[in-house]
Write a protein that binds this ligand. Structure first.
Ligand SMILES: Nc1ncnc2c1ncn2[C@@H]1O[C@H](COP(=O)(O)OP(=O)(O)O)[C@@H](O)[C@H]1O
Ligand SMILES: [Mg+2]
Length: 151
């Protein structure tokens, strides 16, 4: 587990970018944190770190945005309005090729039981208007030298 502090949107984007550089095929990143925490900001950096040039925006209405990368795509879900297995199935979630791509999930709280064991958890907690505590669990965050990626 790695605990980080962000004092601006830009810092959150930069932290996302550092994690993005470590993302491999099959990785799934799940956010915990309410409205305006900075999940979409973090995802903007994550995509940039993966070398994706598309503009990242909240898939609130689309439920999922797909960004094309060179050797894998990034699937960006917003599960805000998703309830239960049927709701999740209606998004096509179970048909995505997660093994050969990467995925990031906003409002993962709604689908916790369907997430894989290797999920990378990113928790964003607002401390003030511009400050966030960011906790990353899983993936490089749990590697013995994990802190080096975020130095
Ligand atoms: N340290 C910070 N990290 C991320 N966002 C921040 C921070 N400080 C202020 N903000 C603001 O909070 C909002 C976060 O929005 P967004 O990333 O869309 O959140 P979410 O996707 O969690 O709803 C933006 O308006 C951003 O400018
Ligand atoms: Mg969002």
């Amino acid at each position: 587990m790695i605990k980080l502090h962000s004092a601006s949107r830009e810092e959150t984007v930069a932290i996302g970018e550092k994690l993005g550089k470590t993302i491999k095929k099959g990785d799934m990143i799940a956010f915990r944190g309410g409205l305006g925490a900075g999940k979409t900001a973090f995802t903007t950096g994550l995509a940039a770190g993966m070398g994706i040039r598309s503009e990242v925006c909240s898939p609130t209405f689309a439920i999922v945005n797909e960004y094309r990368g060179e050797d894998m795509n990034l699937y960006h879900f917003d599960m805000y309005r998703i309830i239960g297995e049927e709701g999740l199935e209606s998004t096509g979630f179970f048909d995505y090729d997660f093994e050969n791509n990467a995925a990031v999930i906003e409002w993962s709280e709604n689908i916790t039981e369907f997430l894989p064991k290797n999920t990378i958890w990113v928790t964003i907690e607002p401390v003030s208007e511009n400050e966030r505590d960011i906790t990353i669990e899983g993936g490089v965050a749990d590697a013995p030298d994990g802190h080096r990626y975020f130095g």
